[in-house]
Structures are given as structure tokens and as C-alpha cells.
Design a protein around this ligand. Structure first.
Ligand SMILES: CCCCCCCCCC(=O)SCCNC(=O)CCNC(=O)[C@H](O)C(C)(C)COP(=O)(O)OP(=O)(O)OC[C@H]1O[C@@H](n2cnc3c(N)ncnc32)[C@H](O)[C@@H]1OP(=O)(O)O
Length: 219
């Protein structure tokens, strides 16, 4: 199963795949929303189900063994196309497009529709956590010390409505292998959820770096 992999792939090939899979994934997102909100008659639902199963069988004709993993390109970029928040090939992902500023601040404007509902008309608390975990993790990683979430703490100040939202995050402080990031989710009226998290370069990654002779990079 793929985990972290170095791929010998050209920028043109990455662009070709993005142009191919991006629209497919967006069509599936629309299908999910349509399935939640449809009010067509029973026969139409059953016919749609049969068509969807046929399409799924076509896509299953050739599959990866496991998940997509994270793939690094020769130019130093990375593809996390299966990621649950930002994945180009993951229809579960809203998706977020995360921008990084020179200052270290990361932000994203995005829209959460019916598929992300918890209380009626409101974003599920776990979805808010999902989004903020990624946002804070990316802000931490942009500081040069990518890590796994050790502890993520959320304060749900008020309910988050479905619809257009913004998430922001930045590094609060760095202590050795631990990067502390803070951030929030907001609607047009202001902050709805505050988050703080510690992101830790795992022991196995630290050992691998030490073996490769670059132990000081993350210290
Ligand atoms: C650019 C990249 C962008 C990527 C964005 C991705 C965003 C999404 C991120 C995720 O969702 S990651 C998935 C959710 N997280 C996990 O599954 C993590 C599971 N836990 C682990 O893998 C390990 O427990 C962990 C890496 C967190 C720590 O393991 P270590 O073996 O490296 O910890 P170690 O025992 O050596 O402790 C190192 C330091 O971390 C502290 N620590 C360990 N676990 C902690 C914890 N859980 N919370 C807070 N601090 C923790 C520990 O006290 C110690 O502090 P001190 O150096 O000050 O003594």
C-alpha cells in the first residue's frame, strides 16, 4: 500500500491527471449532494442506483491496492490527492484550497453543503475538527517542521452554518520537534470555532532523519 512515495512524474503529467480527475471528483460531489436532496419518484431512484453501480464497476476494473498515499514529485511538490480535506481525487473532501502567505498564515475560503450537516442547517462538529486539523497541520508544516497531530483542542463558540466559510491558521510557537499552531473557522459574522494543536514529527521520522545524517534540521 502506498504511504509516502517519491514519483518520477513530469509537471505536464501531473497537470494532465489533475485536469482528468478533478472534474470526475467534482461530479461525484454533486452526486452526493443530489442523492441527499432528491425528491424524484421511487422508480427514478432505483434506476439511478443501477446506473451508479454500473459506473462504479467500470472504475473498479483497475484499482490501486490501497489508499492513494502522499506522492512527492521531482520538482519538490507533493500530491495528497486522497486526503479527506484537500484531496483532488477525494469527493469526501469539500475540497479546501489552502493558501500560504509569506507571514506563515494559512487560509482557505470554501463552501460546506448538505453533505457536511450535523444539527439541522449547521456544520457537523467533527467536520469542523477535520477542517481545522488540516488547516493547523498545513500551517505547522509550512514552518518547516511537518508533523502528526498530537493534540487538537477545539472551542465551539457558536454554531457554524452550512454555506460559505473561511478557515485560518498560523504557528503560535515551536519547541524542538513540536510545533504549536492556532486557528479558527468563521462565517460572515465572525469566528465560530477556535482551535489549537500541537504537531509532532514522529519518532520514526526523526530516526530516519538521523540515519540520513540530517538530525539537526528538525531540532
Ligand atoms: C506539509 C504537511 C501538511 C500535512 C497536514 C496534515 C494535517 C492532518 C494531520 C493529521 O491528521 S495526523 C493524523 C492524526 N494524528 C495521529 O494519528 C497521531 C498519532 N500519534 C502518533 O503518531 C504519536 O503518538 C506522535 C507522533 C503524536 C508522538 O509520538 P512520538 O513517539 O514521536 O512521541 P514521543 O513519545 O517521542 O514524545 C515526543 C514529545 O511529544 C510529546 N507528545 C507525545 N505525544 C503527544 C500528544 N499526543 N500530544 C501532545 N504531546 C505529545 C511528548 O510529551 C514529548 O514531549 P517532550 O519532548 O517535551 O518530552
Amino acid at each position: 500500500m502506498a504511504r509516502y512515495a517519491q514519483e518520477d512524474v513530469t509537471a505536464a503529467e501531473v497537470a494532465r491527471q489533475k485536469a482528468l480527475y478533478g472534474p470526475l471528483t467534482q461530479s461525484i460531489r454533486e452526486l452526493v449532494d443530489a442523492a441527499i436532496r432528491t425528491e424524484v419518484d421511487d422508480d427514478t431512484v432505483r434506476a439511478a442506483q443501477a446506473e451508479i453501480e454500473a459506473v462504479t464497476a467500470r472504475l473498479r476494473a483497475r484499482q490501486l491496492e490501497g489508499s492513494y498515499g502522499v506522492r512527492f514529485t521531482p520538482s519538490g511538490g507533493s500530491r495528497a490527492w486522497g486526503n479527506a480535506v484537500v484531496g483532488t481525487r477525494n469527493a469526501v473532501a469539500p475540497p479546501l484550497v489552502i493558501h500560504h502567505e509569506e507571514s506563515g498564515r494559512a487560509w482557505s475560503d470554501f463552501d460546506l453543503g448538505a453533505a457536511y450537516e450535523g444539527p439541522p442547517g449547521l456544520v457537523h462538529g467533527g467536520v469542523a475538527a477535520l477542517v481545522l486539523d488540516q488547516m493547523l497541520g498545513e500551517a505547522a508544516g509550512a514552518g518547516g517542521k511537518p508533523g502528526m497531530t498530537g493534540t487538537l483542542t477545539l472551542r465551539y463558540r457558536r454554531a457554524t452554518p452550512l454555506g460559505p466559510l473561511r478557515a485560518e491558521a498560523h504557528i503560535d510557537r515551536v519547541e524542538g520537534i513540536k510545533t504549536y499552531a492556532v486557528g479558527h473557522l468563521a462565517d460572515a459574522e465572525g469566528v465560530t470555532v477556535e482551535a489549537e494543536g500541537v504537531f509532532i514529527l514522529p519518532r520514526w521520522a526523526r530516526e530516519r532523519l538521523e540515519e540520513s545524517g540530517f538530525p539537526s534540521r528538525f531540532e
